[in-house]
Design a protein around this ligand. Structure first.
Ligand code: DX5
Ligand code: ZN
Length: 226
C-alpha cells in the first residue's frame, strides 16, 4: 500500500483556497480532502457543492476526497458528484441504509467510502467492507480542525488492517484528525495509508514545506512498519 497525504482545506485560508491547495499539492499532497459540514450532524458549517465545483475548475486533475459530515447524505450526494468529487465518504452514524447510500455513490461514478466516529466500533462496518474504496477512521470527534489526536483510534486502525488481511480485502485505511509530525508514525505503524492533515499543513508557516515534511515522516515510518 502506498502512503498518500490528503491535505484538508478546513485549515486553509478560505479567501485563497485554490492557491493554498496548490501549495499543499506541490509539497506532496496527492488527494485533496474536502470537509463538508451541515451544522446538524456536526456543530459547524463549511462548504457545499459550489465550492467543490470552483475548486474543480482550478484543479482539474486532482483527486477530490469529499468527507460528508451531514445528515441525509443521499439528498446531497448527486450534487457533490456533479461538482467534481472523486471519492465520497459518509458517516456510518448518519446513514440508516448505509449499503444503499454506498451504492448510490458508486452509481454516480465515484468511489464510495465510510467513516466512523471515535465512539463507533469497527465491527459496525463488517457487512460493507467488501464494497468500499476506503474506510476513514476519525481520530478526533468531527467538526473542527486542530483538535487533539485520540490515541484509542490506533487500535481501531490496527483492527481494520487485521480484518482486511484476514478477509483478503483491498479497501484502503484513512485517518483524519490530529495527524501531525508527532502522531504520524503511530498512525502509519497502526496500518493507515491515507493521511488527512489540516492544521499540520495549513495552520502555520510554509504550506508546501509542511506537507513535504509530513509526507517525508510518513514515508520514513512506512519503512519500519511491521
Ligand atoms: C474534522 C475534519 C478534518 C480536519 C482535520 O472534522 O474531518 O478533516 O480538517 O483537521 P486536523 O488535521 O487539523 O486535525
Ligand atoms: Zn475530514
Amino acid at each position: 500500500m502506498t502512503i498518500e497525504l490528503a491535505p484538508s482545506i478546513l485549515s486553509a485560508n478560505f479567501a485563497r483556497l485554490a492557491e493554498d491547495a496548490k501549495a499543499a499539492l506541490e509539497g506532496g499532497g496527492s488527494v485533496l480532502h474536502l470537509d463538508v459540514m451541515d451544522g446538524h450532524f456536526v456543530p459547524n458549517i463549511t462548504i457545499g457543492p459550489p465550492v467543490v465545483a470552483s475548486l474543480r475548475k482550478a484543479l482539474p486533475d486532482t483527486v477530490f476526497d469529499c468527507h460528508l459530515m451531514i445528515e441525509n447524505p443521499d439528498s446531497y450526494i448527486p450534487a457533490f458528484a456533479d461538482a467534481g468529487a472523486n471519492w465520497i465518504s459518509v458517516h456510518q452514524e448518519a446513514c440508516v441504509h448505509l449499503h444503499r447510500t454506498l451504492q448510490l455513490i458508486e452509481s454516480l461514478g465515484c468511489e464510495p467510502a465510510v467513516v466512523i466516529n471515535p465512539a463507533t466500533p469497527v465491527h459496525t462496518l463488517d457487512e460493507v467492507l467488501d464494497t468500499v474504496h476506503h474506510v476513514l477512521v476519525m481520530s478526533v470527534n468531527p467538526g473542527f480542525g486542530a483538535q487533539t489526536f485520540i490515541h484509542g483510534s490506533l487500535n481501531k486502525i490496527k483492527t481494520l488492517a487485521e480484518v482486511r488481511e484476514s478477509l483478503g480485502l483491498s479497501f484502503r485505511i484513512e485517518v483524519d484528525g490530529g495527524v501531525a509530525l508527532d502522531t504520524v508514525s503511530d498512525v502509519v505503524h497502526a496500518g493507515a495509508e491515507l493521511l488527512v492533515a489540516g492544521n499540520a499543513v495549513f495552520g502555520h508557516g510554509n504550506i508546501r514545506e509542511n506537507a513535504k515534511k509530513l509526507l517525508g515522516a510518513a514515508r520514513a515510518a512506512m519503512l519500519t512498519r511491521a
